[in-house]
Design a protein around this ligand. Structure first.
Ligand code: NAP
Length: 272
């Protein structure tokens, strides 16, 4: 599998999303994904499942060093002591000495972003996070983080799929060596309605989910973290790596509606 390396990051492009799985179901899903070959797991303080992911990290036969783990800190914990406690608690739950990538989960209008980034940088310097980044940052906020604060931002995790345009954000991120991780990469089941995407899938003997995933993973600097509880879906998603899309396929995907934003909580700031 391809990896993205930048600012301390060394991340396989296909990962497993874990929200909203918890308990044994989450541990089993992570174990199954690792057995299938996944080496990138996405969790967060807010998901309440770091301990369930940690249980899988202990039970699997795959070495911790071979697994990329992303976690995220919720905005209520952006103050220095609170963020340190959140990461230390998360590490103990994950049964790890470090996370591979630690993200500010959401910017809120009242968030002290430069202050939170300064704390994040300290945690990286102390080795508790191998790489740091942000999530749900628009171009203006990413610019603030990279150019004004000068933080070594390795990744911005945002909603991105075949039904949502992220071209402005991608152009800026690429220019700055910032990876973009696509969350909700399967558009949470909304892909199946589109006959033109189904035609591309049929042409390859594949599913619309596989086509949409491979379209993302073919893009420079883009990773994707589909959530799949069932081993069969995990296998299907992993097999998407084998697909070869052509210009005609990409043109069909480019012609899909690009305004389907599925995750838009009340505190979200402007997207562009
Ligand atoms: N940073 C953020 O603010 C943020 C926000 C949202 C999500 N995330 C992360 O991104 C991950 C993925 O996003 P998401 O869960 O919102 O959406 P998603 O990955 O687009 O969709 C997940 C849904 O697709 C189904 N699915 C998976 N593989 C499939 C396949 N091959 N065929 C048909 N259906 C399939 C899953 O069902 P089954 O589970 O039943 O297989 C689940 O219902 C989350 O788990 C989380 O880790 C981050």
């Amino acid at each position: 599998m391809q990896r993205i390396t930048t600012h301390g990051l060394n991340m396989p492009t296909l990962g497993l999303g874990t929200w909203p799985m918890k308990g044994a179901a989450c541990t089993d899903a992570v174990l199954s994904a690792l057995a299938l070959g996944y080496r990138h797991i996405d969790t967060a303080q807010m998901y309440g499942n770091e301990a369930d992911v940690g249980a899988a990290l202990v039970q699997t036969g795959v070495a911790r060093a071979d697994i990329h783990v992303t976690s995220k800190v919720w905005p209520d914990h952006f103050a220095p002591d609170a963020m340190r406690r959140a990461l230390e608690t998360g590490l103990s739950a994950l049964r790890s000495d470090y996370v591979d990538l630690y993200l500010l989960h959401w910017p809120r209008p009242d968030s002290d972003i430069p202050g939170a980034l300064a704390t994040l940088v300290r945690l990286k310097e102390e080795g508790l996070a191998r790489a740091i980044g942000v999530s749900n940052f628009n171009v203006a906020l990413l610019r603030l983080a990279v150019e004004q604060v000068g933080a070594p931002i390795a990744c911005n995790q945002v909603e991105y799929h075949a039904l949502l345009d992220q071209s402005n954000l991608l152009a800026y991120a690429r220019a700055q060596g910032v990876a973009v991780t696509a969350y909700a990469p399967l558009a949470r089941g909304a892909l199946g309605k589109h006959a033109s995407l189904q035609r591309v899938a049929d042409k390859h003997g594949a599913t619309v989910e596989q086509v949409a995933l491979k379209w993302l993973l073919d893009q420079e600097g883009v990773a994707a973290i589909p959530k799949a509880a069932r081993a069969e879906s995990q296998r299907t998603n992993f097999a998407a790596l084998e697909l070869t899309l052509d210009d005609e396929d990409r043109a069909a995907i480019a012609a899909l509606p690009k305004d389907v934003r599925l995750v838009k909580p009340g505190w979200a700031m402007a997207w562009d």
